[in-house]
Design a protein. Structure first.
Length: 150
């Protein structure tokens, strides 16, 4: 077992039914692993947006400076949104299985599906391959989270 996974496992505490008593939660289960996989995929794709922004924007041939700024803003916003969704999913999963955790994860699923629908209606029609991957990554991540929730 890797050292980092061991640290995560030790850090995950849950409260028992008896007041004030704490116990260590065991190793992550398959459902949690699916959520962490979805979060990793989202974080990587979001980071890819952020890192490649300066190189990608000129290839889109914005016609004016305002167009360039708007495209840059939207590209960065999507990257930050993906990283945020990954952080939220990871954080609530680390906190343990509660009604709040499940509600937040369903919110992540809804947001990913909305983003996928927007990507299918807009970016999926563009020749640039990264735009065509977005709905696949968004839907795939949401399916991993749904599988973990069911």
């Amino acid at each position: 077992m890797s050292r980092s996974l061991s640290i995560v496992r030790r850090a995950r505490r849950t409260r028992s039914a008896q007041a004030g008593e704490q116990r260590w939660k065991g190793p992550i289960n398959v459902h949690e692993a699916w959520i962490y996989a979805a979060a990793a995929l989202l974080a990587l794709w979001g980071a890819a947006h952020l890192v490649t922004t300066p190189r990608v924007i000129p290839t889109l041939h914005p016609s004016t400076l305002d167009d360039r700024r708007v495209i840059t803003m939207e590209w960065i916003n999507e990257g930050l949104t993906l990283v945020f969704l990954a952080a939220v999913a990871t954080t609530v999963t680390l906190l343990g299985d509660t009604h709040v955790t499940r509600s937040v994860l369903w919110g992540v699923v809804i947001m990913l599906n909305v983003m996928s629908a927007v990507s299918l209606a807009t970016g999926f029609r563009v020749k640039f391959i990264a735009y065509r991957l977005c709905p696949v990554i968004f839907t795939g991540s949401s399916l991993l989270v749904v599988a973990a929730l069911l």
